[in-house]
Structure formats: C-alpha cells, structure tokens
Ligand binder design. Structure first.
Ligand code: AMP
Length: 276
C-alpha cells in the first residue's frame, strides 16, 4: 500500500492506474477506522481494480463548538488496518494540502441538506460536499463508496454528483452494527461502559416503531412512543422522523426511511433504517 500525502504524488500514482485501464474506487473517511469503514474498503475492492482510502479530518465540516480538535486520530492503526484490508493507496492530505491559503470555493447543496443534520449542524454539509467534490477530483475515482450510517450525507452526495454531472458512481453500503445492534462509529469510544450498554436502545426503539408502523400504528404515535421511551431512558433525542429516502422530506407514506439523532452522554448517536 502506498501512503501519499501530497497532490503531485497522488496524481502520479493515479495516472499509472489510469494508463493501465484500471477502475479506481475511493472510500472517503476521517480515520479512527473500525469494521464499518473496512467493510466499505472491501466493497470497493469488489467494485474496482484499485482502492484509494482517504483519511482526512475535515475542519470545514465541524462547527466552532464541535469536536474537531478532539476527533480521534489513530493513524498508525488505521494504516495497518487498510493494508490488511487490501487498500492500494492511503491518501492522507494535510489541511494545508486540502485548503491552501486563499482557498475560496465551497459547494452548497440545497434540498436534502435542509433538515435534520443540516439544521443541527449549520455549515456541516457545505464542508462535506466541498471536501468530497475535491476528493473526487483529486483521485479521479470511477466510483466512491459511502456508508448508509450517514444516510442524509449519502443523499447529499448523490444530489451533488447528479447536479454537477460528476463522472463517477456512488455506491451506498449497509450499516455495520455491533452484536447488540448499535451502529459502529468512531465516536462510540467516548461512551462510558454504562452508556455503551444503553446505546443499543436507540436502534431497538427505532425497530419497534418501524414494526408498529408496519402493523398499522399511526406514524406520529409510533414516533412519539420511541422518542418518549428514549428520553425517559436518559437519551436526549434531537430528531426521530420518517422521511422520503432521497429528498429527506418528512412523510407518512411507506416505504420510507426512519432517521434519528440522539445524544447519550458526550456522544451524538446517529441511526437510520428502512420502513416497509
Ligand atoms: P467517517 O469516518 O465517520 O466520516 O465515515 C466514513 C465513511 O464510513 C462514511 O461513508 C460513513 O457513512 C461510513 N461509516 C461509518 N460508520 C459506518 C458503519 N457503522 N457502517 C457502515 N458505514 C459506516
């Protein structure tokens, strides 16, 4: 596996692949890699001849009071895991490489950014869209793989790629969960043992609400019951909603996607699942 930290070296490496006619897949990450990220790398390997995984904690997608400086950074372990997973290039730009002095261009996606994570984290999707557009351009990938863990992000990326006619395919990968159902996340390490034990109540409550809806319960009362149960158990539910899968517009028609964000101790947990 090549470890690349500057743009000329990345261009040279991808040029060789392109000349050989190889299909290139990109897996964008912020590092602190876990089995969810590695499943994306494996999916990328099945999709393409060569896999580039980027590790970049993107300052542009963090708000001023968010955890940019405290976001976990585990480069050595990440590189070992990527090598073992069969990644060909680890792309690790610095902030200066990604945003040289004078950088003044951002990508603003409307539509699916407008509620939920977009409302809770102003500017977040501007940062995500900008860095992903740059990563697509830097790597000239033929396909990029994203986790359904960040459902709204996946829809924002699909919207941007369609709107800007970007020449790559976007592949979504199902959520990888721990044995108790909690979606894997780099931030789960900040849960105390007691909080970690409780955290699986989020997907459980969502699954119960989904089942109730499928058995004819009114959408709002099923969502209310899930919210109330979680809040009573010590979660602080930010949103728990049923939305159209692609537009993220609230809906009460099935099939749909249930999406949720809830704070538990220091961690904001995200989850989502199909309903119907
Ligand atoms: P992150 O490093 O958290 O920004 O995530 C990088 C990519 O990994 C994104 O496409 C995420 O959606 C995806 N990802 C993170 N956690 C999971 C998970 N548990 N299952 C599947 N994909 C995931």
């Amino acid at each position: 596996m090549r470890i690349v930290r500057d743009l000329p070296a990345l261009r040279a490496a991808t040029e060789t692949m392109r000349r050989a006619g190889e299909r290139v897949a990109l897996v964008p990450t912020m590092g602190a890699l876990h089995a969810g990220h590695l499943a994306l790398v494996e999916a990328a390997r099945r999709e393409a001849d060569r896999v580039i995984t980027s590790i970049f904690v993107n300052p542009l997608q963090f708000g001023p009071n968010e955890d940019f400086s405290k976001y976990p950074r585990t480069e050595e372990a990440d590189l070992a895991a990527l090598e073992a997973a069969g990644c060909d290039i680890a792309w690790l730009p610095t902030v200066e490489v990604m945003y040289p002095p004078g950088a003044a261009t951002v990508i603003e996606v409307a539509g699916p950014t407008e509620g939920f994570e977009g409302a809770a984290r102003p500017g977040h999707f501007r940062g995500v869209a900008t860095v992903c557009c740059k990563l697509f351009s830097q790597t000239e990938a033929d396909v990029a793989v994203f986790g359904e863990k960040d459902w709204q992000q996946l829809q924002v990326i699909r919207r941007m790629v369609a709107d800007l006619d970007l020449p790559l395919d976007i592949l979504g990968h199902p959520i990888v969960r721990d044995a108790d159902g909690l979606a894997l996340s780099s931030r789960n390490r900040y849960l105390s043992p007691a909080e970690r034990a409780k955290a699986a109540m989020l997907p459980e409550a969502m699954r119960e609400a989904a089942n109730a809806m499928l058995h004819g319960a009114a959408i709002e009362s099923a969502l209310d019951a899930a919210r109330d149960g979680l809040n009573a158990a010590g979660f602080d539910v930010n949103y728990l909603a049923l939305v159209e899968p692609e537009t993220l517009r609230p809906t009460d028609a099935l099939p749909a996607r249930m999406i949720a964000a809830a704070k538990l101790g220091p961690v904001r947990l995200l989850d989502n699942m199909p309903v119907g």
